[in-house]
Design a protein around this ligand. Structure first.
Ligand code: MF3
Ligand code: CO
Length: 249
């Protein structure tokens, strides 16, 4: 069952998601060659706590940090560490918050200094794929219209969509129904309705869509070690429009 949110709940979700966006914006400003992914994690956690929020990922299925930091070939769930970022890296930052019991969730992939042409195109196309997903997530469409919008955009550029991770409903839990694949035919699945709150999150590889998990049991990397990008917005569908709750720029 997809839980429809009341206007009061949507206001709570606005607060939680706006905070996530604000932290991601600040993280983007402090990223530079030499900073460690653990420093980014500490910054994010301190920022959330200072605002009376709790990091949603910490303790979730035993995840040990506030932030996921996925560098280069890492797709998602990269563990913060003493690794120092270097010029030319790309890093996905994925953050969740809980405020008054309501969850926020968003991710952005950021270039560290000057990056390769391949990396620039990957970031551009993945961000555009998220924009397509947001546009498809509207009252009267069907769930798989979102999936199809992402896949068709990504594959038109010769990149591939990761299959094993999906977007999701979000509210009083981090993961609610429905699951939202980033691939599939249009016109299938449940009708999208006002009051639905969805976390849309395309994950895109330059090479094959296959993913493997490293020995740390968290970091998911592309099997062929090609570059990977991930962008995520939480949105609410209303009668007239779809509102992005995690606008970060
Ligand atoms: N944005 C991811 C998701 O929605 C992050 C989950 S990381 C975890 O699933 F640590 F919480 F698992
Ligand atoms: Co998510």
């Amino acid at each position: 069952m997809i839980i429809l949110k009341s206007p009061w709940e949507i206001e709570r979700l606005r607060v939680s998601n706006r905070l996530v966006a604000e932290v991601l914006h600040e993280l983007a400003r402090i990223i530079e060659p030499g900073i460690t992914t653990l420093e980014l994690d500490r910054f994010a956690e301190a920022f959330l706590l200072k605002r009376g929020a709790r990091p949603a990922f910490k303790g979730y299925n035993g995840y040990p940090h506030a932030l996921c930091t996925s560098v280069n070939e890492a797709v998602v769930h990269g563990l913060p560490s003493k690794r120092r970022l270097k010029e030319g890296d790309i890093i996905s930052l994925d953050l969740g918050s809980v405020v008054d019991g309501y969850y926020g969730d968003a991710a952005v992939t950021i270039p560290v200094g000057q990056v390769s042409e391949d990396a620039r195109r990957l970031l551009q196309v993945t961000k555009e794929a998220l924009d397509r997903a947001v546009a498809a997530a509207r009252d009267g469409n069907r769930l798989s219209d979102i999936s199809h919008a992402v896949q068709s955009h990504v594959e038109a550029y010769g990149f591939s969509v990761v299959r094993v991770f999906v977007g999701h409903g979000i509210g009083r839990a981090l993961h609610e129904e429905p699951q939202i694949p980033n691939f599939g035919p249009p016109g299938m699945g449940p009708l999208l309705r006002p009051g639905m709150v969805l976390a849309l999150e395309p994950m895109v590889n330059v090479g094959s869509p296959e993913v493997v998990v490293l020995e740390d049991n968290w970091t998911a990397v592309s099997k062929d070690r090609s570059l990977s990008a991930h962008f995520e917005h939480t949105v609410v569908i209303t009668e007239h429009t779809t509102e992005v709750l995690t606008q970060w720029d």
